[in-house]
Ligand binder design. Structure first.
Ligand SMILES: [Zn+2]
Length: 194
């Protein structure tokens, strides 16, 4: 039932971790999903931006295969309700898109993060900015629409902006003061809707 397709990504000097997208065939549809081991007691399925994520609790002794077959109907239902579907693009294309937006926001905001990291993580977070002036992007963005990639980069670059110019790091008025210059609440909602 589960077919694993390993997507081999060349290890680059930035130390980008390899990501493995798995595909489950349900109702003749090859649905991409990612599997994350968590500390939760139970396992849960979530769908974010066209990708399904099975968060499998470490203590849950049921195998992934058992869970997948148990959730088959739920997965299919989720998939059919998702407005967005995973985008197939190469790692090279993805990194070029990231570079393009990072450079664009650097020019507009006049800030430059010290480092950009790409790490595959749970889908509940797509990007992080840290106080050491670095940004981490969830590498599964690679399978998401370009508008999502842009939105995440803009959000994190605004954190870098407030960190550098306002000495704050929260989703406060300083943050929204700059972020809303790029996205209205409505525009943001439209992009983040699944
Ligand atoms: Zn934030």
């Amino acid at each position: 039932m589960c077919k694993n397709r390993k997507i081999n990504l060349k290890e680059n000097p930035g130390g980008i971790k390899k990501i493995i997208m798995q595909f489950i065939n349900i109702g003749n549809i090859e649905m991409p999903f990612i599997f994350t081991q968590t500390n939760m007691k139970q396992s849960e399925f979530i769908a974010i931006q066209g990708i399904m994520n099975l968060n499998h609790g470490k203590k849950d002794e049921r195998s992934v295969k058992t869970l997948m077959s148990r959730y088959e109907n739920q997965i299919l239902k989720m998939y059919n309700h998702m407005q967005k579907k995973p985008v197939e693009r190469s790692e090279k294309e993805y990194l070029e898109i990231c570079d393009q937006y990072i450079n664009a926001y650097q020019d507009i905001l006049h800030v430059k993060p010290d480092k950009i990291r790409q790490t595959p993580m749970k889908l509940t977070h797509l990007g992080w900015a840290y106080k050491n002036n670095t940004i981490t992007l969830n590498k599964y963005l690679m399978y998401m629409n370009e508008d999502i990639i842009q939105h995440v980069i803009c959000h994190e670059m605004c954190h870098i902006f407030t960190l550098n110019y306002c000495d704050t790091f929260k989703h406060d008025d300083n943050f929204y003061g700059i972020f809303r210059e790029f996205y209205t609440e409505e525009e943001e909602k439209a992009i983040l809707s699944n």
